[in-house]
Design a protein around this ligand. Structure first.
Ligand code: KG4
Ligand code: ZN
Length: 338
């Protein structure tokens, strides 16, 4: 069964075709980073308009690369939330319209379920149950996962998401958007131990997190500093270390509580090299196995939406006549495929 996946929840137009027998057949991504660069963040209206421009050419490209005609596509999966309302509407409207003309079922996919299942796109697939650390620009979630659609959020950020903290910190330091990869690159030139930022909420019991205080510490340090390039790199190093340390401590705690032997990390921030290394080190010293997608499937992409939609379409779940998009949509409202 071949499914066309459409991702438009934020600033990336991601299109892919996934087949349940042959795996990923083709995928394409258009990133709007340059479009939003001057604004230091995503401008929702510009994002929607650009999805409109990119979507059809990308679908044509992916269909041709996969060698597919419209009658080969047996289902369409599009992101229906959470995300930017206008951007979601573009993907949903195109997805539903294609499904109608191609006479196949469609399904609205939860963006974070897409991220959560992205490690399944790799050769070494994690089996259920597992603990998931989902870290993106909009979410920071620790999820106890027993099966597809059986998600219990056991920890989350009470304020900024980790990716958002990277982005805001980068902006404070005069760096471009998105801040995560830029801070991470700069941190490599930073000297260890010149600064030490707080590890928020690690001394309190529980699995919730908070990253807005960390951002304030960075701002105060930066304002008082000589503002040299070396200082900027030193701050980036200490910031990344504080984030990775906090996430590792919370993961360890969640693993102890849930007794899971498998940990998956997904979402844009899971592309972070230091986070991957630290969690892999943890696995080396325990009976834990860590799974993560390749970097291109950590950040937003159409393949994860096609994969997640396929699981539900295969079970017979699909849209009714209309469609709805949900800018806010708690992950644990999802149910197993029906
Ligand atoms: O999953 P994603 O592409 O979009 C959302 O669903 O939000 O995540 C984007 C976030 C951005 O905040 C970006 O700065 C962050 O992921 N990010 C990273 C890295 N690559 C992307 N953060 C840290 N290190 C990275 N290498
Ligand atoms: Zn995402």
């Amino acid at each position: 069964m071949k499914v066309l996946g459409i991702e438009t929840s934020c600033d990336e137009t991601g299109i892919a075709i996934y087949d349940d027998q042959q795996g990923l057949l083709a995928e394409a991504l258009y990133s709007q980073i340059e479009l939003h660069a001057d604004y230091g963040g995503v401008v929702p209206e510009l994002a929607s308009r650009d999805h409109v421009r990119r979507m059809i050419p990308l679908i044509q490209q992916v269909m041709s690369e996969a060698g597919c005609e419209s009658h080969d596509i047996k289902g369409i999966a599009y992101t229906s939330g959470p995300g930017l309302m206008g951007a979601l509407m573009v993907g949903a409207a195109v997805g539903r319209s294609l499904a109608w003309t191609w006479k196949c079922p469609s399904i609205g996919v939860h963006h974070m379920e897409g991220h959560l299942l992205a490690p399944m796109l790799e050769d070494n697939v994690p089996s259920f149950p597992f603990l998931a650390l989902l870290v993106s620009g909009g979410h920071t979630l620790l999820v106890d996962v027993t099966a597809i659609g059986e998600y219990k959020v056991i920890g989350e950020s009470l304020d900024d998401a980790v990716g958002e903290a990277f982005d805001k910190t980068a902006k404070m330091l005069g760096l471009a958007y998105p801040g995560g990869p830029i801070i991470s690159q700069l941190a490599k030139q930073g000297r260890k131990d010149r600064y030490k930022f707080p590890r928020p909420m690690v001394n309190r019991p529980g699995l919730d997190m908070s990253f807005s205080g960390l951002k304030t510490s960075v701002l105060t340090t930066w304002q008082k500093s000589d503002k040299s390039e070396q200082t900027k790199a030193d701050i980036a190093e200490a910031f990344e270390e504080a984030v990775v340390d906090t996430l590792t401590i919370k993961c360890k705690r969640a693993l102890k509580e849930t007794q899971h032997k498998r940990l998956i990390i997904a979402g844009g921030v899971s592309a972070n090299q230091r986070l991957r290394e630290r969690l892999t080190e943890l696995a080396d010293t325990t009976s834990l196995t860590v799974f993560y997608p390749k970097p291109q499937f950590c950040t937003d992409n159409g393949a994860m939406i096609a994969y997640a939609g396929l699981q539900r379409l295969k079970a017979g779940e699909h849209d009714g006549d209309g469609f709805s998009t949900r800018p806010r949509w708690p992950l644990d409202e999802l149910k197993p495929p029906s």
